[in-house]
Write a protein that binds this ligand. Structure first.
Ligand SMILES: [Zn+2]
Length: 205
């Protein structure tokens, strides 16, 4: 059946879905019509109603997202993330009160991918009015190359910081790999110092 193959092809485009899982999902959906129906409705609604915030690239039902629109958020601190999902992760920490800038992708030497020109132009423009830009790309090779590139592009416009990486809280040093431990040592800070997020961060006082 062509439609089954089509569904399988589409499912395989989702992150973390390989051949076997795609097949399993296809059969599940074929035999659970109510799930398929609801999924179809939700996906259609997402396609029709959800778009990207014109300022930061976050998901939004309006032109401007809730975070950019929120008057209590510090617009002078911008946190660069590589994925909309990472906004959610940072929001959950409840320590960051600035705004965001979402990169559509990271620089990838292997896949020959560069950053989106328009997105970077917008970032440069936004950096002119920012007091601090925090680069929160992952500590992967692609994340580090991208962080370095962005730093060079905006370093003359504003203060640029990089999120710290290191030992997980509650973890023993015995289980931390060398690279992570090295980053933790290099990114060390004064014992008394507050977290590295400054103006846009709750200090608890
Ligand atoms: Zn926004």
């Amino acid at each position: 059946m062509k439609i089954v193959e089509k569904l399988e092809q589409e499912l395989k485009k989702l992150p973390g879905i390989g051949n076997k899982t795609a097949r399993r999902l296809v059969y599940f959906l074929l035999t659970h019509k109510s799930v398929s129906k609801n999924l179809g409705k939700i996906l259609l609604e997402i396609e029709q109603r959800v778009s990207k915030c014109k300022v930061c690239g976050n998901l939004s039902l309006k032109d401007i997202c809730q975070i950019c629109e929120d008057p209590t958020r510090d617009k002078s601190t911008i946190c660069i993330v590589e994925s909309i999902h990472h906004i959610e992760l940072i929001e959950k920490t409840n320590v960051y009160k600035g705004v965001y800038h979402v990169l559509p992708n990271l620089i990838s030497l292997i896949r020959g991918k560069n950053l989106d020109e328009k997105n970077i132009e917008k970032l440069i423009e936004r950096s002119n009015y920012a007091q601090e830009v925090i680069i929160a790309t992952s500590p992967t090779i692609e994340g580090e190359i991208t962080a370095r590139f962005i730093y060079n592009v905006i370093k003359d416009k504003t203060r640029v910081t990089r999120i710290a990486f290191g030992v997980p809280v509650g973890g023993s040093l015995e289980y931390v790999d060398e690279v992570t431990l090295a980053q933790a040592i290099l990114g060390r800070k004064e014992s008394e110092k507050k977290p590295q997020f400054k103006s846009a961060v709750k200090t608890g006082s």
